[in-house]
Design a protein around this ligand. Structure first.
Ligand SMILES: *[C@@H]1O[C@H](CO)[C@@H](O)[C@H](O)[C@H]1NC(C)=O
Ligand SMILES: *[C@@H]1O[C@H](CO)[C@@H](O)[C@H](O)[C@H]1NC(C)=O
Ligand SMILES: [Ca+2]
Length: 269
């Protein structure tokens, strides 16, 4: 029974490019890339950003606050997020494609809270960044070495890369770090490399990495993993080199490295 529910939900999610992140229905990175618009919340959780902070979050990733029109254009191609965020000039709203009663008051369109007089109110944010230097790709080989762009030369600033690894169903992904040199700071806020135990950057964050120390190897719970590499405006490094290998290890029990299995737990009601 559980298995059936899981398969159906994953199918729907992949179809619409949506998922739940912190209980919020959220678009996958694939749709966000197509739209050039994406939703961000504070690292401390939902509705924690003032207008000034929201602007900084977008600029930090090389983008800017989305305008109402940009958000609507994204909505037209399916961008849907059930969380109000700051927009250009202090407007607040969120895009609804599929109305429900607990989200968007049953209405479809941009749910518009208008231009806020109080810029100290706390919401999430919507950023626009169509020109991020994208890199990455979809990898289906059983084994491969993934390098940061330009490796072993320094990686570029303002870069965002996603690698989507998909091995045969029933197999799992074994990830080994061969080299890492990413601008180091506490909590890896400037540049970072992230691993998700799922098909997008919404579910199952395994870890965020920066600095020089080689992290432990990781084994996924399923046959997909997503890697994300994000850099800010200044200070670069040699980058990273990792190797993934498809392994025949059908069950989810962990042995050695523990990959998060959050992605799947959510569906086991
Ligand atoms: C503005 O909003 C903040 C956060 O909700 C609140 O603490 C503050 O009192 C508000 N200021 C005014 C003038 O209403
Ligand atoms: C992996 O996680 C499980 C459950 O959270 C825990 O019981 C187990 O000790 C962990 N194993 C390792 C090697 O960390
Ligand atoms: Ca940097």
């Amino acid at each position: 029974m559980k298995t059936v529910i899981f398969l159906v939900l994953v199918f729907l999610e992949e179809t619409f490019g949506w998922g739940f992140k912190n209980g919020v229905l959220h678009n996958s990175i694939w749709l966000e890339q197509a739209a050039g618009v994406y939703h961000r919340e504070s690292r401390n959780g939902k509705y924690k950003l003032t207008y000034r902070e929201a602007k900084a979050v977008c600029e930090y990733e090389g983008g800017r606050l989305a305008t109402y029109e940009q958000l609507e254009a994204a909505r037209q191609i399916g961008f849907h997020v059930c969380a109000a965020g700051w927009l250009h000039k202090g407007r607040v709203g969120y895009p609804i494609v599929k109305p429900t009663f607990n989200c968007g008051f049953g209405k479809k369109g941009i749910i518009d809270y208008g231009f806020r007089l109080n810029k100290s109110e706390r919401w999430d944010t919507y950023c626009y960044n169509p020109h991020s230097k994208e890199c990455g790709g979809v990898l289906t080989e059983p084994e491969r070495i993934i390098k940061s762009p330009g490796y072993p030369n320094n990686y570029e600033n303002d870069q965002i890369c996603y690698w989507h690894i998909r091995v045969n169903y029933g197999q799992r992904v074994f990830i080994e770090f061969l080299d890492i040199d990413i601008e180091e700071d506490i909590d890896c806020l400037s540049d970072y490399f992230e691993i998700y135990d799922s098909y997008d950057d919404i579910h199952g964050l395994v870890g965020r990495y920066c600095g020089y120390e080689l992290p432990d190897s990781i084994i996924s719970t399923g046959n997909v993993m997503t890697l994300k590499f994000l850099t800010d405006r200044s200070v670069s490094g040699g980058g990273f080199q990792i190797k993934y290998t498809a392994i025949d290890l059908p069950s989810k029990q962990s042995d050695g490295a523990n990959a998060s299995s959050e992605a799947y737990n959510e569906f086991e009601y």
